[in-house]
Design a protein around this ligand. Structure first.
Ligand code: UD1
Ligand code: MG
Length: 451
């Protein structure tokens, strides 16, 4: 049988006033990715090759994020917020193209998993015209109730429109819905707004399907899949659930974590086998760690690549563009930005390495600063293979240190250093013999000390 085609309609026109934020609600991040991005990836993984994102009147930023994540998603505008069915109909042009399955998802429900969406699609291929995700929350107040009779979903009653008896029903509408693409427009066009909120309710598609002799079903899902976000507190709760999932996936893939609950991952973090992550490590976006590397405690990594067996931290900071080679060492209080740090190179303590290349096996001594910024522009530093930079040196960019060269401790290097040479850039030491004891005897005699 040919694979069923699928269109996802992602409703992102929601107002986010309870977030108390100037950022549109669906652009708030969890796992360092906007809520919308999580949903778009889930629908794509559930087989929706086509996708329409329904945005509000002034949500250009939302449209831009949709284009970043799903370049072939189209954007539909819902200019007036007249209800969920009205929002889905903003995607009319796409719906008219004819799909087997239509998935309707809310962009503020970021934990929805592809397998859950697949379950709804499976209900369609088993003959249902409408499949609704049902769950049983601890407190059903506010949710639409699923009215099931003899295994059939006969109606969804919104909380405001429900009778006392209907409000006693525990099974609620999670908001995810799958519709048979041949029936969807016919059902949606018949939905009216004669209800408590004077809105066009998507949920009315269920009763209309039943009237037309079509089958509607409820598919039970986990509460996390339908966890919606309206407040910053709910955003934080959802982040916690996502972190649990990411940690579990890392452990399942062979990562060692001593205290996983203290490690914060991004949705796109890539960790190889037998990577060890000590307690209290934060992964910003865009980090890849190859096999057998160790990330010691209190390190903070963003947009960085860490080679096999490298040792990072404790207290290391890897900023965007840090590329750490195999077996390299980045020790405590070392910051690396936009720099290639080749295999086996070491910077064990207290250093800043920015806009640079550090060659294989080079050693960067404690307190070394790559002076990359002159107040106007950034400049590059190049340290050759096997070079040795003595402690407390300043390398004033642009500058290059040849392969195997030595930099004397405490040097300020402003000119490039040829390979295998020694460079000293510091004041020559002066010795004044007996100076200290002369000072002491002058003080003892009650006089002022001299030089
Ligand atoms: C909706 C469901 C309810 C379900 C609950 C689950 C309807 C009528 N009710 O209620 O059965 O239990 O979700 O959380 O569907 N939206 C638009 N345009 C609109 C209206 C809404 O884009 O005109 C979007 C919102 O941004 C949101 C989603 O649709 O993402 C749901 O709307 P919301 O107002 O939150 O519906 P609920 O009252 O929560
Ligand atoms: Mg809601």
């Amino acid at each position: 049988m040919a694979e069923r085609t699928c269109l996802a309609v992602v409703l992102a026109a929601g107002e986010g006033t309870r977030m108390r934020s100037s950022l549109p609600k669906v652009l708030h991040p969890i796992g360092n990715e906007p809520l919308l991005a999580h949903v778009l990836r889930a629908v794509a993984r559930a087989g929706a090759a086509d996708c329409v994102v329904v945005v509000g009147p002034d949500h250009d930023a939302v449209a831009k994020e949709a284009a970043r994540v799903s370049p072939n998603a189209s954007i539909a505008r819902q200019l007036e917020r007249l209800g969920t069915a009205h929002a889905v109909l903003a995607a009319r042009v796409a719906l008219e193209r004819g799909f087997d399955d239509i998935l309707v998802v809310f962009a503020d429900t970021p934990l929805v998993r592809p397998e859950t969406l697949m379950k709804l699609r499976a209900a369609l291929s088993a003959g249902a015209a409408v499949a609704v995700a049902g769950f049983t929350p601890a407190d059903p107040t506010g949710y639409g109730r699923l009215i099931v009779q003899g295994g059939k979903l006969v109606a969804i009653r919104e909380h405001n429109d429900a009778s006392e008896a209907e409000r006693a029903i525990g099974l609620c509408n999670g908001g995810l819905m799958a519709l048979d693409g041949r029936q969807a427009l016919g059902l949606l066009d018949r939905i009216g707004n004669a209800n408590a909120k004077k809105e066009f309710y998507l949920t009315d598609a269920v009763a209309l399907a039943n009237e037309a002799g079509l089958r509607a079903v409820a598919v039970e899902v986990e509460e996390d899949d339908v966890r919606g976000i309206n407040t910053k507190a709910q955003l934080a709760e959802t982040e916690a659930v996502l972190q649990q999932r990411l940690r579990q996936a890392a452990l399942d893939a062979g990562v060692t974590m001593i205290a996983p609950e203290t490690v914060f991952l991004s949705a796109d973090t890539v960790l190889g086998r037998d990577v060890t992550i000590e307690p209290y490590v934060v992964f910003g976006p865009g980090v890849t760690v190859e096999a057998n590397a160790v990330i010691h405690s209190f390190s903070h990594l963003t947009e960085a690549h860490i080679g096999e067996g490298a040792l990072i931290g404790p207290f290391a900071r890897l900023r965007p563009g840090a590329r750490i080679g195999k077996g390299a060492k980045i020790g405590n209080f070392v910051e690396v930005k936009q720099a290639e740090f080749a295999d086996g190179a070491k910077a064990n303590h207290l250093a800043y390495i920015g806009d640079a290349r550090v060659g294989e096996g080079a050693n960067i001594g404690a307190g070394t600063i790559f002076c990359n910024y002159d107040g106007a522009g950034k400049h590059r530093t190049d340290v050759g293979k096997g070079a040795f930079v003595g402690s407390n040196s300043s390398l004033v960019a642009p500058v290059s240190i040849g392969d195997g060269a030595y930099i004397g401790s405490g040097s300020v290097i402003t000119e490039s250093v040829p390979r295998d040479s020694l460079a000293l850039g510091r004041v020559r030491q002066v010795i004044k013999e007996g100076w200290a004891s002369r000072l002491r005897s002058l003080k003892a005699a009650g006089k002022k000390g001299g030089s």
